[in-house]
Design a protein around this ligand. Structure first.
Ligand code: SF4
Ligand code: SF4
Ligand code: SF4
Ligand code: F3S
Length: 424
């Protein structure tokens, strides 16, 4: 295997191919704290891409209730178990070394454990490029199994490690996890396909399955740790989220020539989603782009974290973790950046509060933002500290530098004139 640098892990890791990086990378940030599980995102995708015969079970976007829910059922527990077995066999701990944190380049320190690629490499003889499994029909049968099912504060008698850390009056907890293909920088699906039928687009990093080349070998289904490639029995080839590439290319007649956020992103009534394109350097690191909202949230404010970074695919979906869930659970899911991210999100500074207003304020992809400072409108004590709120205005600019959105921190109030008081 080749060696590639994975900045989520803060180190080089094994991958079957040399690194090849797009000019810009398709990426998103989801704020878990805001999701209402309405599934509008799931249905927007389904009604656009997966409404045909053989695609019935395909939910390229799904929203599951954690800790029990999952589609396919138990997907993350199974991958974590496989990874754990590999560590036990190798006699290695799966640790993060946070003393090696280093700014935007190594924001979470280094991961000293095995990735799914490295775990597979240790098998003798090596059978697969990544450890994984193919879900059964039964596991694909209930997309929203365990919806809204909470868990108790402890995982077993005497074990208090899952005790909620905030809102202690709530003795049970759950949260919604919104999931789609992460268009990974080091896709396991791509690495596993013996037909070389999966490719990553050089212009935007979207990962696609070539429907002509695919022969239905399903190695991609087994290798994707997020279980986001799906086999279609009617065509005998696999399919996956296409990143709504026509919208990214500016082909949507709504705004000709302008990159638009994907279908699942642009419909979200909870305003939890923002999507963008981050510029990349030829070595796979993100080019510093301070006022790109995605760059700011991930690399500067560091409130948004990758999902299961230890898997090693360098996923390009980032999550603002829920404030109320047990930290041990969140550390396993989002890595060691969780505590800082929740602290910053709970006491947002002026810039973060303004940038948070950009979520779902336009369908056009925001390439740069600017903040116009406004007056102080509120003051409070949060967590024993003084917190001030300013009515700043944040302006978003599109691909060609044109203004695409303008929102202020305080929501505007519309007073309906008397003559329209009772009419639409
Ligand atoms: Fe959550 Fe938004 Fe999807 Fe609704 S549309 S389930 S709020 S992510
Ligand atoms: Fe491939 Fe899975 Fe990564 Fe999507 S999430 S690019 S399907 S490995
Ligand atoms: Fe579906 Fe497009 Fe969202 Fe992918 S990006 S899950 S194809 S709506
Ligand atoms: Fe390859 Fe997956 Fe098709 S492994 S052949 S893309 S089913």
């Amino acid at each position: 295997m080749a060696k590639v640098y994975n900045w989520h892990l803060g180190r080089d890791m094994s991958y079957p191919y040399e690194g090849a990086y797009p000019e810009r990378q398709w990426a998103f940030v989801f704020n878990i704290n805001r999701c209402i599980a309405c599934q509008t995102c799931s249905f927007a995708c389904k009604s656009t891409w997966t409404f045909s015969k053989g695609q019935e079970y395909m939910w390229w976007n799904n929203v599951e209730t954690k800790p029990y829910g999952g589609y396919p059922q138990g997907w993350d527990v199974k991958i974590l178990q496989l990874l754990d077995q590999a560590h036990q066999q190798a006699g290695l701990p799966a640790r993060w070394d946070q003393s090696r944190r280093d700014g935007a380049e190594r924001p979470y320190g280094t991961y000293d454990g095995l990735t799914i690629f490295e775990a597979a490499e240790r098998a003798n003889p090596q059978q697969e490029v990544a450890i994984g499994y193919e879900p059964t029909d039964q596991e694909w049968s209930a997309p929203n199994f365990y919806e809204d099912t909470p868990t108790g504060a402890t995982s077993s008698p005497g074990d208090t490690t899952l005790e909620p850390v905030t809102l202690p009056e709530h003795k049970t907890w759950f949260f919604y996890l919104q999931r789609l293909c992460n268009h990974c920088t080091y896709p396991a699906c791509l690495a596993a396909c013996p037909r070389h039928a999966i490719y990553k687009r050089p212009e935007d990093g979207i990962v696609l399955i070539d429907q002509e080349r695919c022969r239905g070998y399903r190695k991609c289904v087994a290798a994707c740790p997020y279980k986001k490639t799906m086999y279609r029995a009617t065509t005998r080839v696999s399919e996956k989220c296409v990143g709504c590439y026509p919208r990214i290319e500016g082909k949507d007649p709504l705004y000709p020539g302008q990159p638009l956020e994907t279908r699942c992103m642009s419909v979200c009534p909870g305003k939890i989603r923002i999507q963008g394109l981050v510029p990349m350097n030829p070595d796979g690191s993100w080019t510093e782009d301070r006022y790109n909202p995605i760059y700011y949230l991930v690399k500067v404010a560091k409130v948004a974290l990758p999902l299961y970074p230890q898997f090693g695919t360098e996923p390009n979906g980032y999550y603002i973790p829920p404030r109320w869930a047990p930290r041990t659970y969140l550390h396993q899911m989002f890595g060691p950046g969780v505590d800082d991210a929740i602290e910053r999100y709970s006491n947002p500074d002026r810039e973060l509060l303004a940038v948070m207003q950009l979520f779902r304020s336009t369908q056009q992809i925001i390439f740069r933002y600017e903040i116009i400072q406004g007056p102080k409108v509120f003051e409070a004590t949060v967590g024993g500290r003084k917190w001030e709120m300013y009515n700043d205005t944040v302006v978003g600019y599109g691909k060609d530098g044109q203004e695409v959105t303008r929102v202020s921190v305080e929501e505007g109030v519309q007073e309906r004139p008397m003559q329209y008081i009772n009419s639409l």
